[in-house]
Ligand binder design. Structure first.
Ligand SMILES: NC(=O)c1ccc[n+]([C@@H]2O[C@H](COP(=O)([O-])OP(=O)(O)OC[C@H]3O[C@@H](n4cnc5c(N)ncnc54)[C@H](O)[C@@H]3O)[C@@H](O)[C@H]2O)c1
Length: 255
C-alpha cells in the first residue's frame, strides 16, 4: 500500500475524477475526506469507500468560499488528526461559446471555483503542513490550460493559472518538505464532458465525441482511473523528488 496511514482531503470527490482519486487513495491505505458541494454525491462516495472496507468521511464544502475551505480542512484535522495530502480537484466547466457571450458573472464564477479555491486551500493548508514537517498538494488542472480549445476562454485561463500557481507555491514551499504538483487531464469520461456541450452538440453527442476524439493522438478518452493513478504517483514516495511539475495525462493532446 502506497499511502498507508496517510490522511488525504479530496475536493469534488462526489463525481468523476475526484471520486476515482478518493477511492484509489483509500484503497492504498489513506484515510480520506471526501469534500463536495453536493451532499448526496459526496456522501455516496464516502459510503462506497466505507462499504469496500476502507476509511472515508464526507464534508460539505463550496471550495470557492474561504469559510468552507477552512471548515473542510478543520474537519480533516478533527477526524483524522492531520492533513498529509490535499487534492484540489473540484472544478466546473463552461458551455462552449465565443468570448462576447461570456458574462462577467460566469467569468468570476469559473475563476472562483477553479482557481481561487486552490489559492484558498493552499493558504490554509500550507502552514499546517509546515508545522507537520511536510505535505503534498495535487491540483487538477487541464490540458485546456496548455492547449486551449476554441470557445472555452474562461475555463482555459483558469486552468492555465492553476498550473502557474502550482509552480509558484511549489518553489515557496519546497524547503518545508512540501511537494506541490498539478495534473492536466485530457477530455475524461465524466459528466463534465457533456457540461461543455451546446444544446446543438448535445443533440449529436456521439458526433461531438468523435470530433473531440480525433484530436487526441492516442485515440481514446481518459478514464477517471487514469487520472487517479497519476495522482497516486504524485502523492506517493515514488515522487519524492517531484515538485512544481504539471503532469499531462492527455494521450498526446498537448504535443
Ligand atoms: N472531465 C474532463 O474532461 C476533464 C478534463 C480536464 C480536467 N478536468 C478537471 O478535473 C476536475 C474534476 O472534473 P470531473 O470531470 O470529475 O467533473 P465532475 O463534474 O464529474 O465532478 C466535479 C465535482 O466537483 C463538485 N463541485 C463543483 N463545484 C464545486 C464547488 N464549488 N465546491 C466543491 N465541489 C464542487 C461537483 O459537485 C462534482 O461532484 C475538474 O477540476 C475539471 O476541470 C476534467
Amino acid at each position: 500500500m502506497k499511502l498507508k496511514d496517510k490522511v488525504a482531503l479530496v475536493t469534488g470527490a462526489g463525481s468523476g475524477i475526484g471520486k476515482a482519486i478518493a477511492t484509489l487513495f483509500a484503497k492504498e491505505g489513506a484515510k480520506v475526506v471526501v469534500a463536495d458541494i453536493d451532499p448526496e454525491k459526496g456522501q455516496e462516495t464516502a459510503d462506497m469507500i466505507k462499504q469496500s472496507g476502507w476509511d472515508a468521511r464526507y464534508v460539505q464544502s463550496d471550495v470557492s468560499r474561504e469559510a468552507d475551505c477552512e471548515k473542510m480542512i478543520q474537519f480533516t484535522q478533527a477526524k483524522f488528526g492531520k492533513l498529509d495530502i490535499l487534492c484540489n480537484n473540484a472544478g466546473i466547466a463552461m458551455v462552449i461559446c465565443p468570448v462576447e457571450n461570456v458574462s462577467e458573472e460566469l467569468w468570476d464564477h469559473i475563476m472562483a471555483v477553479n482557481l481561487k479555491s486552490v489559492f484558498l486551500t493552499c493558504k490554509i493548508a500550507i502552514p499546517i503542513m509546515k508545522e507537520q514537517g511536510g505535505g503534498i498538494v495535487i491540483n487538477v488542472s487541464s490540458v485546456s490550460g496548455i492547449r486551449p480549445r476554441s470557445g472555452l476562454c474562461a475555463y482555459s485561463a483558469s486552468k492555465s493559472a492553476v498550473t502557474t500557481l502550482t509552480k509558484a507555491l511549489a518553489i515557496e514551499a519546497a524547503t518545508h518538505n512540501i511537494r506541490i504538483n498539478s495534473i492536466s487531464p485530457v477530455a475524461t469520461d465524466t459528466p463534465m464532458l457533456e457540461d461543455m456541450m451546446t444544446d446543438e452538440m448535445k443533440e449529436n453527442v456521439e458526433v461531438t465525441k468523435q470530433f473531440v476524439l480525433a484530436t487526441i493522438p492516442i485515440g481514446k478518452f481518459a478514464q477517471p482511473e487514469d487520472i487517479a493513478k497519476a495522482a497516486l504517483f504524485l502523492a506517493s514516495e515514488d515522487a519524492s523528488m517531484v515538485t512544481g511539475i504539471d503532469l499531462p495525462v492527455d494521450g498526446g493532446r498537448s504535443i
